[in-house]
Design a binder for this molecule. Structure first.
Ligand SMILES: Cc1cc2nc3c(=O)[nH]c(=O)nc-3n(C[C@H](O)[C@H](O)[C@H](O)COP(=O)(O)OP(=O)(O)OC[C@H]3O[C@@H](n4cnc5c(N)ncnc54)[C@H](O)[C@@H]3O)c2cc1C
Length: 452
């Protein structure tokens, strides 16, 4: 059996490895457009900041390690067309030559591409988007050669924030420009406000509610212009305004598409085309709480979906267990995390949300280094079902692992009152007899009893 995989990043390589693991007799070929199979693009901000000095360390696995598993990697090979009837794809290389490749089963793992905002002047030197390793290497070269003193970042989602942190660490003055009134608008405004304060505390100029309209070049200087006198001078502009699925190859071949034109898949990662699977940032995903399709592109999801696609392409019956949108970001010394639904999202989805906010010590205050963190917990006031949480506080307060406790609770369909009963670990340097997430749950239960 010949399994062809288009895409050599998180989803594609996870799929390839799983298929070979289950059946070493399968011929697995991975075709990717660039020259960087299995790189952790999530690590790009840390390479730019210099915290990860050598870009080759961003590889999850080296090419040799991948090829040792029997997987064939075809880099710099761009799939131009898919013909599901004849089960072949047309692949072009950098010299303009093309060849046809046959498959018995195909996995589409073509990922996402940056959203290109309607902003004049995007294609001039000094303006970058950040998605691929090439982008990262080009930006690193620019920073090294041109030594920019000022940077403007358009877009204050998690990549914009991580890049603001990275460039500040290089001694570059950063202005962060955001169309909407809040940074990280996928979180509650209060948490967005905490992130904004952290940025400002480190010298980042944050300009919210200002949709930039153009980038004008004047010699080596760039000027980002917008309404209400927005005029930011910079030597470097990053445009990071979100991503959209790369699904045109599948759509042109007749595959069904859904939210934001992402490829439609079932929970076994099958597309509507015979023997064609898809996984990662190019597909829509089922939300476990909302019980509807959403577009939630994340590396965590891409790895899991890729594994399921690889298993099923090899003849298995694996099922992807849905998304909860669990995510975390570190901005300077602040960590912000969420899982499940925000209060407003729960309300829109027809739940009767009750949310509480609690400030708590990460471990017993008598042990040195205790840090305050904030837990924002949402549950359904009628059924008691846990619906979501946000946690934020200083780096080192184990925020990501605490949000993961709640993500595990959501996955298991727990009620808020189950949380204090969980047998969690405790020693004074690391937690309290009631972990902060349990204390937040107790407060939620008190609040629920109070408003009855
Ligand atoms: C700066 C940054 C930071 C991030 N941080 C995090 C984080 O902290 N946590 C997290 O969960 N997620 C994070 N993400 C998101 C995460 O990286 C993506 O969700 C993940 O990479 C998606 O994997 P994928 O395999 O679906 O697609 P992609 O990584 O987009 O890879 C797509 C692959 O398909 C190939 N391809 C596409 N079209 C073709 C074609 N026509 N022919 C041949 N090959 C093709 C590409 O070359 C590539 O190999 C971050 C992303 C970025 C850019």
């Amino acid at each position: 059996m010949r399994l062809l995989i288009i895409g050599g990043s998180d989803a594609g390589i996870s799929a390839a490895i799983r298929a070979r693991q289950l059946d070493p007799s399968i011929s697995v070929v991975v075709v990717l457009r660039d020259a960087y199979p299995n790189y952790s693009i999530c690590g790009i901000p840390f390479f730019i900041s210099g915290e990860t000095a050598d870009w080759t360390n961003l590889a999850h696995r080296s090419l040799v390690e991948i090829e040792e598993t029997g997987i064939e990697i075809r880099s710099n090979a761009h799939v131009l067309r898919l013909n599901p009837e004849s089960k072949e794809v047309l692949v072009g290389d950098s010299s303009g030559r093309s060849e046809s490749m046959k498959y018995d089963r195909l996995i589409l793992a073509t990922g996402a591409q940056p959203v290109v905002p309607s902003l004049e002047g995007l294609s001039q030197p000094g303006v970058f988007q950040i998605r691929w390793m090439e982008d990262a290497l080009a930006l690193a070269r620019f920073v090294d050669q041109r030594k920019p003193r000022r940077a403007a970042i358009v877009g204050a989602g998690y990549i914009g924030l991580e890049m603001a942190d990275a460039l500040t660490k290089l001694g570059i003055e950063v202005s962060l420009i955001q169309r909407s009134s809040q940074v990280l608008k996928t979180l509650d405004p209060e948490l967005g406000g905490a992130v904004k304060s952290e940025l400002e505390r480190h010298g980042v100029r944050v300009l919210t509610g200002r949709p930039p309209e153009s980038i004008q070049g004047n010699g080596d200087t760039l000027l980002v212009l917008g309404p209400e006198g927005l005029a930011v001078e910079a030597d470097l502009v990053l445009v990071v305004t979100g991503v959209q699925p790369q699904a045109a190859l599948a759509a042109d071949a007749g595959a069904a598409t859904g939210i934001q034109n992402a490829i439609k898949v079932n929970r076994r990662m099958r597309t509507s085309l015979t023997d064609v699977f898809a996984a990662g940032d190019c597909v829509e995903t089922w939300h476990r709480l909302l019980e509807t399709f959403v577009y939630l592109p994340l590396g965590t999801t891409a790895h899991k979906q890729g594994r399921v696609a690889g298993e099923n392409a090899a003849g298995g019956q694996a099922v992807f267990a849905d998304s909860l949108g669990t995510q975390v970001v570190k901005v300077f010394d602040l960590v912000a995390a969420r899982t499940g639904l925000l209060n407003r999202e729960a309300l829109e989805a027809g739940f009767q949300p009750l949310s509480i906010k609690k400030e708590l010590w990460d471990h017993k205050a008598y042990y040195p280094g205790a840090k305050k963190l904030i837990v924002h917990l949402t549950g359904d006031r009628e059924s008691g079902r846990l619906l979501g949480a946000q946690i934020w506080g200083p780096y080192g307060a184990e925020i990501s692992k605490r949000i993961d406790i709640l993500a595990a609770g959501l996955y298991a369909g727990l009620n808020v009152q189950d949380l204090p009963e969980m047998d969690l670990s405790y020693t004074p340097p690391l937690s309290s007899p009631w972990d902060p997430v349990q204390m937040a749950a107790l407060s939620w239960l008190d609040e629920k009893a109070r408003i009855r």
